[in-house]
Write a protein that binds this ligand. Structure first.
Ligand SMILES: Cc1cc2nc3c(=O)[nH]c(=O)nc-3n(C[C@H](O)[C@H](O)[C@H](O)COP(=O)(O)O)c2cc1C
Length: 239
């Protein structure tokens, strides 16, 4: 199965065996990290594997491994981080491991910066206790297309199924001339800003659009993208 096919089978795993992944496989995962494609090539980032034991979290089930993504602070940096780490989420699941994004986790103070970059997010993974994949696309709990796009578009199905923090699914897609404009719901008390996690979520959905349209995908900022009440403009895609 190709990586993009795991978009329709992946899930968050929250129950793991204690054993670590073997060294050879961890090396394969390191190699994959070196080949991940960024959304924005001019944003500096690092992605590091760490033992899950280094993760600070109130959650009792943190598995044997974690991937930490560090980034510079720049427009689109969190979308870029989500875009990158989602490739890893799919990859480790393609190898039969369980994985889960971990907003409710951090690292010790001295591990929160690397090479002048700040820790943006963690993805944890390990050997699952049960089945790591969903039986199929019917098993996802997601908003219907009518709530996330101005019209039905099969090409957006992969984005509709993307994982997001607390399953918020903050995305909205508006068809323009030759491009789809991508928006994120504003959140917080006054609905004025996009949360850090939602920026990451947007990168995850964009990653799915990229994997399904690898040859043609283009992300750019369109100066004429219309405003959408209650949403912030994130960028536009050609698929
Ligand atoms: C940025 C981000 C942060 C998340 N943080 C957590 C977390 O701290 N704990 C947790 O159990 N799940 C976390 N999740 C997983 C989401 O709850 C999950 O992706 C969503 O409910 C959809 O379910 P699925 O991944 O099984 O499709 C996070 C997901 C994302 C994208």
């Amino acid at each position: 199965m190709e990586l993009k096919e795991y978009i329709y089978r992946r899930k968050s795993t929250r129950s793991y065996k204690k054993e670590p992944v073997d060294k050879e496989t961890l090396q394969k995962i390191e190699d994959f990290i070196g080949e991940m494609k960024p959304l924005l090539p001019d944003v500096r980032y690092r992605c590091r594997l760490l033992p899950g034991g280094q993760v600070r979290s109130v959650l009792p089930w943190v598995p044997a491994h974690a991937a930490a993504i560090y980034t510079e602070d720049k427009k689109g940096a969190l979308e870029n981080a989500g875009f990158l780490l989602q490739q890893l989420d799919l990859y480790v699941q393609s190898l039969g491991f369980g994985a889960c994004w971990l907003g409710m986790g951090s690292l010790p103070q001295e591990k929160r910066r690397e090479d002048g970059l700040d820790l943006a997010m963690l993805l944890v993974f390990g050997i699952p206790k049960g089945e790591a994949l969903r039986p199929g696309a019917a098993d996802f709990r997601r908003k219907p297309m009518a709530l996330i796009a101005d019209r039905m578009d099969k090409k957006l199905e992969c984005a509709r199924l993307a994982p997001s923090s607390v399953n918020s699914q903050p995305w909205y897609f508006l068809h323009g001339v030759g491009a789809i404009h991508v928006y994120c719901a504003l959140s917080g008390a006054f609905r004025k800003a996009v949360s850090r996690f939602n920026h990451i979520d947007m990168g995850i959905a964009l990653c799915h659009l990229y994997l399904e349209n690898e040859q043609t995908f283009r992300f750019f900022y369109a100066p004429d993208a219309p405003e959408q009440a209650g949403y912030a403009y994130i960028g536009s895609v050609q698929l």
